[in-house]
Design a binder for this molecule. Structure first.
Ligand SMILES: Cc1cc2nc3c(=O)[nH]c(=O)nc-3n(C[C@H](O)[C@H](O)[C@H](O)COP(=O)(O)OP(=O)(O)OC[C@H]3O[C@@H](n4cnc5c(N)ncnc54)[C@H](O)[C@@H]3O)c2cc1C
Ligand SMILES: NC(=O)c1ccc[n+]([C@@H]2O[C@H](COP(=O)([O-])OP(=O)(O)OC[C@H]3O[C@@H](n4cnc5c(N)ncnc54)[C@H](OP(=O)(O)O)[C@@H]3O)[C@@H](O)[C@H]2O)c1
Ligand code: HEM
Length: 504
């Protein structure tokens, strides 16, 4: 990059603008950066734009001088380590051994380890701990490794603003936190080096960990429904002596029956665990008992499941809009028209079919609009701007309305086909009949949970009321009548027993 270009601030008009460099003389720490690579250059540019004095330490300062902004000093590693109050180590960890001679220069200083590994490290020592062992007199803070050089250049507005940190020295972490804020990031202290460094180093290497189960479930459902539709729509016509014209359905028609079925079942899977959680809370009479692990994990994956369902529904909508464009659809229409002409039919209008389609299309479009609202509300920037009630209203209320609309769309599409014999191909019922029971069950469970007697009890439980805490003392004589000295509803001393009156 030409030197002139490096002079321009990286974030045009961003934040409070560059602070005067004199500020560093009045207490802003001098920041040292060891290494002159991509990360070092982006960080230096950002620090300079925020008014810090930066000293870059390189093995060959002359060679990399033109790559850095004029305001930054590019010098030897020892010089940068000596001048910096806070020193970033922007080298790959395999080169840390080359820093061994800097121990004295770095003593008492805050060392920020920004390194990432090349593969997930499941049990070894973290790079940050290795650095801390190399420089026992420095205070190592792990951080910035989750921020890319790109994010440093473009500014925190273009992406995640969080900088996850860990370290053993509270003062060192506080210094790094101050620097983070000055650069426009939000520092998040995650704990001690031994407890967190490895986790932080593994974070950028993990490939969508929270998406694995939702994606696998969606793909498994897709495989199941595709095979089901292949048997019904492609193999069955061939089996009954068709003219070999069924395979053309595989890329569009079969996919467009599969995708909506997957979308509907996936959406039902988003709202099913809420019903199960409510049923468990009602039966236990408390919200303070842990859910089984599988339910906890299921509850925690609803966002990803919901977005997978949304993606399938949106793709189905696009496919549906393209159905009439296909050449196969045009030929079919021509053939139908020819047959009608031959049969002398002048008007092919069928009132019932017209209404069926008008209704199911309209309701389908509404379902997709509601789902789009949910998808928008799940964007972190939008979710952050909503309070708890607004978020719950959109995610729970609008989400259930979307599920209801999608189910209605499917039922309207199905109309009376469940009762037509010719719809049972190879003894397999129409696809919508396989997709619709789960959403219907989830919607029915929500109606049941909305009944005043259950809804009131659930609301009390969710406000902290507990069945077993609402106990009434009964007199000893009553106990004798009931079998003598037995304890009901939990043990209690002093010859008294407790009775569960939660259902009173
Ligand atoms: C397109 C799309 C986007 C979505 N985006 C998001 C998103 O950004 N964020 C998100 O969270 N969901 C998202 N979802 C999933 C879904 O909309 C929400 O999870 C929604 O809140 C579920 O509503 P609910 O009524 O089933 O359950 P909730 O209202 O969440 O829960 C019902 C009750 O169950 C209990 N409960 C729920 N979870 C737990 C738990 N972990 N531990 C203990 N008790 C619990 C609570 O008492 C709660 O009041 C998305 C779905 C779709 C389709
Ligand atoms: N790039 C990113 O987006 C990013 C994001 C987060 C974290 N990180 C981390 O930041 C660190 C640096 O990454 P980078 O992308 O800036 O790498 P890079 O562009 O390859 O720069 C690394 C620097 O290390 C020095 N170096 C190279 N070989 C060396 C050797 N054999 N011995 C000693 N020093 C050597 C060089 O500086 P000199 O020649 O000047 O000495 C080089 O410029 C890594 O640990 C990486 O994991 C990078
Ligand atoms: C713009 C929105 C939508 C449009 C235009 C639309 C259109 C259609 C069309 C044309 C069909 C008939 C397909 C065929 O003839 O094979 C259909 C069926 C179906 N749609 Fe939609 N749809 C929309 C949204 C949705 C949504 C949001 C869902 C569910 C989440 C959904 C689920 C279904 C299901 C399950 C079927 C039945 C598939 C079958 O069994 O053949 N649709 N839709």
């Amino acid at each position: 990059m030409p030197r002139e270009e490096m002079k321009r601030p990286l974030i045009a008009g961003g934040g409070a603008g560059p602070r005067p460099l004199e500020a560093s003389d009045q207490g802003t720490p001098v920041v040292g950066v060891l290494g002159s690579g991509d990360f070092s250059r982006s960080l230096t540019g950002r620090l300079v734009a925020s008014g810090y004095r930066v000293v870059v330490g390189s093995r060959s300062p002359k060679r990399c001088l033109p790559l850095f902004p004029e305001e930054a000093e590019v010098t030897s590693q020892v010089e940068a380590a000596s001048q910096g109050d806070l020193v970033f180590v922007a080298l790959f960890p395999e080169h840390y051994s080359t820093l061994a001679g800097l121990g004295e220069a770095l003593a008492g200083k805050v060392l920020v380890d920004v390194s990432n590994g090349v593969q997930v490290n499941l049990g070894g020592t973290s790079h940050a701990e290795r650095l801390a062992a190399m420089f026992p007199e420095s205070h190592v803070v792990k951080g910035f490794n989750t921020v890319s050089a790109w994010a440093l250049q473009t500014g925190s507005r273009d992406g995640n603003r969080q900088v996850l940190l860990c370290g053993d020295s509270a003062e060192a972490k506080a210094a790094v936190c101050r620097l983070c804020r000055a650069l426009g990031f939000v520092p998040v202290d995650t704990g001690l080096l031994a407890a967190r460094a490895l986790e932080l180093e593994n974070l950028p290497l993990r490939l969508f960990p929270s998406w694995r189960v939702p994606l696998i479930s969606t793909l498994a459902l897709f495989a199941f429904f595709y095979l089901y539709n292949f048997l019904r729509d492609v193999l069955q016509p061939l089996a009954v002596g068709g003219r070999g014209r069924a395979f053309y359905k595989m890329p569009v028609e079969t996919v467009n029956v599969t995708l909506p079925a997957v979308a509907l079942v996936t959406l039902a899977l988003v709202y099913a665990p809420g019903s199960l959680a409510a049923a468990l809370q009602l039966s236990r009479g408390t919200k303070y008992a842990r859910f089984p692990g599988w339910l906890d994990r299921w509850l925690g994956r609803r966002k990803q499941l919901g977005l997978c369902g949304f993606a399938c529904a949106a793709t189905h909508a696009v496919y549906s809009l393209c159905l009439p464009m296909r050449r196969s659809a045009r030929y079919k229409m021509l053939n139908e028209a020819f047959k009608q002409v031959k049969a002398g039919v002048e008007d092919s209008w069928q009132e019932e079919e017209v209404w069926r389609m008008e209704l199911y299309l309209s309701v389908g479009i509404m379902a997709l609009c509601l789902l789009s609202l949910l998808a928008v509300a799940s964007l972190p920037s939008v979710a952050d701007s909503l309070n708890w009630r607004e978020f719950t209203f959109v995610q729970s209320g609008v989400g259930l309305a979307a599920l209801a609309a999608a189910t209605l769309h499917t039922l309207l599409f199905g109309w009376d086909r469940a009762f037509h014999r010719d719809q049972y191909r190879l003894c397999l019922p129409p696809t919508f009949m396989v997709a619709v029971p789960l959403p219907l069950a989830v919607l029915a469970s929500r109606v049941a949970l909305g009944l005043p007697c259950l809804a009131r009890r659930l609301a009390r439980i969710r406000r902290g009321w507990e069945k077993n805490r609402h106990l009434r003392f009964t007199l000893p004589e009553e106990e004798d009548e009931c079998g003598g000295g037995g304890v009901r509803g939990g043990g209690v001393g002093n010859g008294r027993s407790l009775e569960d009156i939660s259902n009173v």
